[in-house]
Design a protein around this ligand. Structure first.
Ligand SMILES: Cc1cc2nc3c(=O)[nH]c(=O)nc-3n(C[C@H](O)[C@H](O)[C@H](O)COP(=O)(O)O)c2cc1C
Length: 159
């Protein structure tokens, strides 16, 4: 198809997707939690793992098992996102932010998503697809975002 080495045409960064990808960056400075409106929260969750018009999800999943948990977390508690129904169900009234805020800047962010799964091989891949979608959806809305693995996973497991 190609010779051994070839310079490719410049990427087309002027398209809607090209601009989002071109601007994608992890932000580690936030300036205090703000209340985001429900539409914004819905759009971000939908990007992560919502149902699309093809009847599938915004991300592919291994064996089409849709094996990914997505939780919304704020200082008011935690909610599980149901992408099939586009609903949120409260799963905790507790402020679990201390378990996910080991880095100081995190406390200043407006909301947090937690991705869970039980498939050692595939769940991290599904989470990767979801958080990349969230980066792009956030960028489109002029919001900052960062994915983080540095959280207290054992603490979160406590009832
Ligand atoms: C799987 C994964 C885990 C990450 N965990 C953390 C984290 O715990 N804390 C943090 O501040 N950044 C975390 N990051 C963000 C990276 O530091 C960031 O993506 C990297 O510095 C590259 O910057 P960029 O995203 O702007 O290209 C993580 C990124 C990935 C992909």
């Amino acid at each position: 198809m190609f010779d051994k080495e070839v310079r490719l045409p410049n990427p087309q960064t002027s398209t809607a997707l090209g601009q989002l990808l071109n601007n994608r960056v992890s932000t580690k400075e936030y300036h205090g939690p703000e209340d985001l409106d429900e539409q914004t929260i819905s759009d971000l969750l939908w990007a992560a793992f919502g149902k699309n018009k093809k009847g599938t999800r915004t991300i592919p999943t291994a064996l089409n098992q849709k094996e990914l948990g997505v939780f919304l977390v704020s200082d008011k508690g935690a909610w599980r996102y149901n992408g099939e129904e586009n609903t949120l169900s409260k799963v905790s009234d507790e402020d679990i932010l201390p378990y996910i805020s080991e880095q100081d800047y995190v406390k200043e962010a407006s909301l947090h998503f937690i991705y869970t799964g039980s498939n050692r091989e595939y769940s991290p891949l599904h989470a990767g697809s979801a958080y990349q979608n969230v980066y792009l959806a956030a960028e489109e809305k002029g919001l900052n975002s960062v994915v983080r693995a540095y959280i207290d996973k054992e603490g979160l497991k406590k009832p």
